[in-house]
Design a protein around this ligand. Structure first.
Ligand code: ADP
Ligand code: MG
Length: 400
């Protein structure tokens, strides 16, 4: 168990400077934030620190500037949005580290957040440069890592900073979001109430094979949808027409079918169309009737009924990946019904955890986010954790 911000006595941080690594890596289009979910998810930790009277130095990366200053990837829009949401001043420090960053941080009045510019403007960030990490650690007396979505990477502002803070005999603790993510993901893995159902979908099977093989022996049902199902159809010897298939994963899929037996549930029918566009002519067909130019773009009505029934009867649910191309209405029904089924199960007391950026967007689209037990903010990190890997960003924190 790792120490979290809740284990720290508020009196011990009053007037102190706390270095916080959040994940404010939001999507931008022409300098505008198109989805501020990650900023909102970071608010509880920041509010708790403000209430405790701490001074806050905040770090985050944004996009992939590859170690170079890039004005298009400045945290300026994030700084403004964070200030609005928090209702307190956020001052963007244009320097990422060094003396020019230290000055503004030291003159910071209590209650003002100093947000340092994009950590990935420096090449040392992704190389986990210990000197860079030590410079950041020297800015404060406590490190709070709330960036769950980057916990599967060892970078200077995460692992390096935690190590540097501990080397200064100070603490590195999990923020409230990080703690919440770990609590729900670990809870569902440790002693899942049964039936335990894993739902996997999305475009690529390769990134999710780890989770499937790790959890397949532990779940009661593994429901497969999305483009991934087409790879499994091929493993069964079926024709998938022009569907997206990962040829190099067919063999792995065959092995999983053998291991999973009847626990592994594939769609029996699908929605096909020849074009992946709004208004395309879509048909529901049996999985044995796909051919030619047809592309499988969603699970069919019979599969929807089977999947939702199994989901609504389960007590623990992990869901990652949409059932179809939900971005287009004609192919969204499968994903939306699954989202409602998971929400219904949660209403009836099941533990339902959703991971994956696109799946979270789909759940939002279906209007069920508030009914789910937990929607993870970290796609890659949650998949690694579910696949049984340890996360360096978590391992580097102070033990209880
Ligand atoms: P997540 O971000 O939730 O982990 P992924 O990134 O793995 O999900 O996959 C999401 C993408 O998969 C979506 O953009 C969706 O359009 C696509 N997708 C789902 N089903 C299909 C399909 N049958 N054919 C092609 N693309 C699909
Ligand atoms: Mg995705």
């Amino acid at each position: 168990m790792k120490k979290t911000l809740s284990d720290i006595d508020a009196a011990a941080i009053r007037g102190r400077t706390v270095v916080v690594r959040a994940d404010l890596n939001v999507p931008l289009e022409a300098g505008r934030i198109t989805d501020d979910r990650r900023i909102r998810a970071s608010l509880p930790t920041l509010r708790a620190l403000i209430d405790a009277g701490a001074r806050i130095v905040l770090l985050s990366h944004l996009g992939r500037p590859k170690g170079q200053r890039n004005p298009d990837l400045s945290l300026a829009p994030v700084s403004r949005r964070l200030g609005q949401l928090l209702g307190c001043p956020v001052s963007l420090v244009p320097h990422v580290h060094g003396a020019k960053a230290v000055g503004p941080v030291e003159s910071l009045p209590a209650g003002v957040i100093a947000l340092l510019e994009n950590t990935r403007f420096l090449p040392g960030e992704t190389k986990n440069d210990p000197e860079l990490a030590a410079a950041w650690a020297a800015l404060g007396d406590l490190f709070v890592n709330d960036a769950f979505a980057t916990a599967h990477r060892a970078h200077a502002s995460t692992v390096g900073l935690a190590n540097a803070m501990v080397a200064r005999r100070r603490k590195a603790v999990a923020g409230l979001l990080m703690a919440r993510e770990l609590r729900f993901l670990e809870e569902v893995l440790r002693m899942p109430e049964r039936p335990f159902v894993l739902i996997i979908g999305g475009a690529k099977i390769s990134g999710k094979i780890g989770v499937i093989s790790e959890l397949l022996p532990r779940v009661d049902r593994l429901l497969i949808g999305g483009a991934m199902a087409s790879t499994f159809f091929r493993a069964l010897g079926l024709d998938t027409g022009a569907s997206l298939v990962q040829e190099d994963s067919i063999r792995v899929a065959r092995g999983l079918l053998e291991d999973g037996g009847e626990r592994l549930v594939l769609p029996v029918d699908c929605i096909v169309a020849q074009e992946v566009v709004e208004g395309a002519e879509a048909r529901a067909v049996s999985r044995t009737d796909v051919s030619g130019e047809d592309k499988i773009l969603d699970i069919g009505p019979e599969s929807r009924a089977r999947f939702t029934d199994m989901i609504e009867r389960s007590r623990s649910i992990v869901w990652n990946g949409p059932m179809g191309v939900f971005e287009i209405d004609a192919f969204a029904k499968g994903t939306v019904s699954i989202a409602h089924a998971v929400a219904n199960a949660c209403d009836a007391g099941a533990l339902g955890v959703l991971g994956g950026g696109d799946s979270a967007a789909a759940a939002e689209h279906a209007g069920v986010v508030d009914r789910l037990t937990h929607v993870s903010t970290g796609g890659g990190a949650s998949l690694e954790l579910l696949a049984g890997a340890s996360l360096p960003g978590v391992d580097s924190l102070t033990d209880c």
